[in-house]
Design a protein around this ligand. Structure first.
Ligand SMILES: NC(=O)c1ccc[n+]([C@@H]2O[C@H](COP(=O)([O-])OP(=O)(O)OC[C@H]3O[C@@H](n4cnc5c(N)ncnc54)[C@H](OP(=O)(O)O)[C@@H]3O)[C@@H](O)[C@H]2O)c1
Length: 302
């Protein structure tokens, strides 16, 4: 069930999530950080939530603390065989897919299929997962991006060298992957609309939230600043939840309403020009299809 954006005075909170009974959701990267907070909120509202995690043992440990209807399934987004296995096992309708998992600022390395790790995990893994699950999806796909998509120096997808070979920096690769998340949402929404599908594609970013994401960030100063200004994972998950349950237009981007979109209550926010360019979004889609071997299916709702 969805609701129109709240008109009541005050900020949107977890208590504004409408009854989710009868709905099924998949949350990737669900064992920690924003993922587990998203799971908790959806399950508390009555949804059946599948925690899609790369380590089922840690997934079970996280799920054990969640009251409500939850289950754990293995999904390694850095391995397309695992993505295919997860999608092939799916039966029945899936109301909501939350593409939340991510890695940030990792040392240069590759996925099982040879893609740069951050682009491969954050974008290509979710690209393949979404398209493979799309015939089951009935309501929406929410993909978690970041304001890092606007970082100076990386306002583009490096189509000539997606793996950034010879020019790799952890931040450049993260920014590229998060820009790809937004371009993916834009083109997915265009394709869904063209197919007259009722399914919507939306994006969200949490601002700054204290999670495990910063584990590869060696800068002590960054960590101190982070601790001082960041919100907790529950507050950081609110933009994702807002995108997941509010009646918003396709391709909407939700983030916190505070100064610099660092923290605050969820609201519609703007993308960078690079993240709004339909031609780049189409080009990225074509390249992603070629790299993953997964294509856009005709949605069942069409
Ligand atoms: N925290 C922030 O301030 C912030 C800001 C902007 C955007 N974001 C975005 O928010 C999302 C969630 O991050 P978070 O902050 O909650 O960080 P987190 O606590 O590190 O959670 C990331 C999740 O992704 C999972 N993951 C990583 N690689 C995976 C793979 N190959 N297959 C499946 N799952 C994988 C992790 O699993 P493991 O536990 O097994 O590693 C973990 O569950 C990310 O997309 C991130 O880019 C976060």
């Amino acid at each position: 069930m969805t609701t129109a954006p709240s008109t009541a005075p005050g900020k949107w909170t977890i208590t504004d999530i409408p009854d989710q009974n009868g709905r099924t959701a998949v949350v990737t990267g669900a064992n920690s950080g924003l993922g587990i907070a998203t799971v908790e909120a959806l399950a508390a509202a009555g949804a059946h939530v599948v925690l899609a995690v790369r380590d089922p043992e840690r997934g079970e440990a996280a799920a054990a603390g969640v009251p409500g209807s939850v289950e754990v399934r293995r999904l390694d987004l850095a391995d397309l065989a695992s993505v295919r296995e997860f999608a092939a096992a799916w039966r029945g309708d899936l109301d909501l897919l939350v593409n939340n998992a991510g890695v940030m600022n990792t040392p240069e390395s590759s996925t099982k299929d040879g893609f740069e790790l951050q682009f491969g995990t954050n974008h290509l893994g979710h690209f393949a997962l979404t398209n493979l699950l799309l015939p089951h999806i009935t309501d929406r796909v929410v993909t978690v991006s970041s304001e890092a998509h606007k970082k100076p120096g990386t306002p583009h997808i490096n189509f000539d060298n997606l793996n950034l070979t010879g020019e790799y920096t952890p931040r450049k690769a993260y920014s590229q992957s998060k820009l790809a998340n937004l371009l993916f949402t834009l083109e997915l929404q265009r394709r869904l609309a063209a197919a007259h599908s009722p399914v919507r594609a939306l994006a969200a970013h949490p601002g700054w939230a204290t999670t495990n994401l910063q584990r590869h960030d060696g800068s002590a100063l960054n960590r101190i600043v982070m601790r001082a200004v960041a919100q907790d994972n529950k507050a950081g998950a609110l933009p994702t939840l807002y995108a997941a349950v509010q009646d918003l237009p396709g391709a909407s981007y939700v983030g916190p309403d505070g100064f610099g979109e660092v923290r605050g209550a969820p609201t519609l926010v703007g993308r960078s020009p690079a993240a709004s360019d339909p031609a780049t979004a189409r080009r990225l889609w074509t390249v992603s299809e070629e790299l993953t071997g997964v294509t856009f299916p005709q949605p069942t709702g069409a």
